[in-house]
Design a binder for this molecule. Structure first.
Ligand code: FAD
Length: 503
């Protein structure tokens, strides 16, 4: 054995919300005692208490930390999620679903939607929803997991995520992490000490006077960004001119039927309202722009649009869309709300936590804090954040709504050039390309662009190489097969009751 060149020995996670316990669970599982890991949290401060809807990538994280899916679902009161329904976004009365997974199947080397565009214009195609197994199943409140034994059937391509109680999830991960050796300390951090010579974090001091030092600090302290911002003054990129919503109010209500396998997002006069079905309750929240609506009006709208009995007083939250200028600064990496915030319209926050953590694992500063590694980490993280930001902005920009000052602002605002390029390309002929490893695939962009009323002027010329009668048969076949598959699926409520009912 050679000499131990590892400079990284201790990791301190500050914060015990979803971000803190996801970090603790991942590091303790993957590094198996290589580093000493401690977590500080303050029960008196508590957690944000929201964050219930996810995207399919969370399965990768749960697999990495070794969660059994049914056990995880039972313990977190979870339900399955096939996509998100958007109501009143394009115009009042409109509705579409952004379903996970594929749309139809490719023909030759074009995507299904290109053929659909031609046939739709000719009045010979059904709604796009009929060609997605996820969306077609969601509309009938049916669910089953993908069947790996049927790789050529749509039943082999069902893509799912979850709705779950984030507080229970954090508790679950805490149990796993502590069992794997993570040391938890209860207490409030009152100050952070930086080394005068290089600005690296040296230690944090707790209210009881205890001083805790570490080599690497993971700031999971929530919006306050205790280390990354309050101590290190890293700076924040403000994106609120593109995403003007800056307030949210969340309230649970009693579970009602049907037990939908999707999140619902309903546009409101100055924002939107979510509905997230869990086994023991339904989560609801209103995200709005305080420049366009006051809190009383926002609360009235939220409470008058619950479909079950209200179970608590609304939890009020303020935020600013954007991200830290450097999510990794010196020996501190921010995860979760401490790293930035994009509203939960596409359920991406928990995903951003996992991807920051996994990226850090891949670039662990084991032999010291190399500036090239930190720069690469920040470049990749910025890219991911910015492309998700663009996707969320698209929902506001691509609207025909002009019924309130908020919607007129959104419709008329300038958008980032990266988004403008995508919209212009799609408008011309329905083409869309996933850039590098951006989170949302072509299918996601296509469904939201079309769902928000952006019908391209043309379609790919290669479509015309296939005789129209063949295209008609192809689309009819895809639709019929999906229809038959959906009919085989049980209801979402029955499936959950049979496979993973909460304890
Ligand atoms: P928090 O939950 O705020 O935790 C911060 C932790 O730091 C707490 O343990 C606190 O005690 C501790 N702490 C703070 N200061 C100190 C101190 N001085 N000393 C010691 N400890 C301290 N995400 C999704 O993926 N899907 C969703 O549907 C979704 N919906 C959301 C809706 C809203 C309105 C909001 C605001 C967010 C939503 N999110 C969603 C995001 C999600 O809630 C967060 O990303 C997630 O909960 C992680 O939060 P966190 O752990 O970073 O912060």
């Amino acid at each position: 054995m050679g000499a131990d060149v590892r400079q990284l020995k201790t990791i301190l996670i500050v914060g015990g919300g979803s971000a803190g316990w996801m970090a603790a669970a991942l590091f303790s599982k993957l590094f198996k005692g290589l580093y000493e890991i401690a977590l500080i949290e303050s029960e008196a401060i508590g957690t944000i208490g929201v964050g219930e809807a996810t995207i399919p990538a969370i399965k990768t994280f749960n697999d990495l930390i070794g969660l059994d899916e049914n056990d995880f679902m039972r313990r977190t009161q979870a339900s399955f999620k096939l996509g998100i329904q958007f109501v009143d976004w394009d115009r009042i009365g409109s509705s579409y679903i952004h379903g996970f997974g594929v749309i139809g199947r490719d023909l030759e080397w074009l995507r299904c939607h290109q053929y659909w565009l031609k046939m739709r214009a000719a009045g010979k195609a059904s709604d796009l929803a009929a060609y997605s197994i996820n969306t077609a199943a969601a509309l009938q409140n049916r669910f089953m997991r993908a069947d790996p034994k049927r790789p050529t059937s749509p039943l082999g391509h069902i893509a799912h995520a979850f709705h779950f109680d984030a507080g229970l999830y954090a508790r679950y991960l805490r149990g796993m992490s502590e069992a794997a050796g993570v040391r938890r300390r209860e207490g409030k951090v009152v100050s952070v000490k930086l080394k005068p010579e290089d600005g690296f974090v040296e230690s944090v001091t707790l209210e009881d006077g205890a001083v805790v030092s570490a080599d690497l600090f993971i700031d999971c302290s929530g919006f306050r960004g205790l280390i990354i911002e309050q101590a290190m003054k890293t700076g924040y990129e403000d994106w609120s001119h593109w995403l003007p919503c800056d307030r949210a109010m969340a309230v649970p209500c009693a579970r009602t039927e049907p037990f939908t396998p999707y999140t619902r997002s309903t546009a409101r006069p100055a924002g939107w309202q979510w509905r997230i079905p869990l086994q023991h309750r339904t989560g609801n929240g209103h995200v709005y722009s305080s420049r366009h609506m006051d809190d009383e009006e926002a609360e009235r709208i939220l409470l008058s649009n619950l479909d079950g009995a209200q179970m608590a007083e609304p939890n009020r939250i303020r935020f600013l869309a954007g991200k830290r200028r450097q999510i990794w600064n010196r020996n501190c990496v921010a995860a979760g709300l401490a790293s930035g915030f994009l509203e939960p319209l596409e359920s991406t926050s928990l995903h951003l936590i996992q991807s920051v953590l996994i990226r850090l694992v891949r670039m662990m500063p084991d032999a010291g804090f190399d500036p090239a590694t930190i720069a690469e980490f920040n470049r990749q993280t910025d890219f991911e954040y910015e492309r998700i930001r663009d996707f969320i902005i698209l929902h506001y920009k691509a609207t025909e709504r002009d019924d309130t000052p908020f919607w007129r602002y959104c419709r008329d605002m300038d958008v980032p050039v990266t988004l403008e390029r995508k919209i212009d390309l799609f408008r011309a002929n329905g083409r869309i390309f996933r850039e590098d490893d951006e989170l949302f695939a072509e299918e996601s962009w296509i469904q939201v662009l079309l769902g928000q009323g952006m019908i391209p002027a043309g379609y790919d010329p290669l479509v015309d190489v296939t005789p129209e009668a063949d295209i008609e048969r192809f689309l009819a076949d895809v639709e019929a097969v999906i229809g038959k598959c959906v009919a085989l699926m049980p209801s979402h409520a029955d499936y959950v009751e049979r496979v993973c009912p909460a304890a």
